[in-house]
Design a protein. Sequence first.
Length: 89
Amino acid sequence: MLLFALYRERAGASELWLELPSHCTVADARHALLRRVPGLAPKADDIVVALNAEYARPDQPLKDGDELALIPPVSGGQARLARTHEPRW
């Protein structure tokens, strides 16, 4: 499992190896990682996972040798609101 930015700092490593039973899913791997590194993320649902460099659904099955990467939350910049119509004043 590859860890970037915030996750790398919290885990103290840029990658971790997980041994999982057969017939696991992306969600199973994420839960196993959170058991191994409890302080990794305050809320498991916020963790986005890529499977072999593609965004992954939690129910996607894993096979031996798959590469998982945790995609950290993105922040920064000022939010911009789109104006859908002119104000009425």
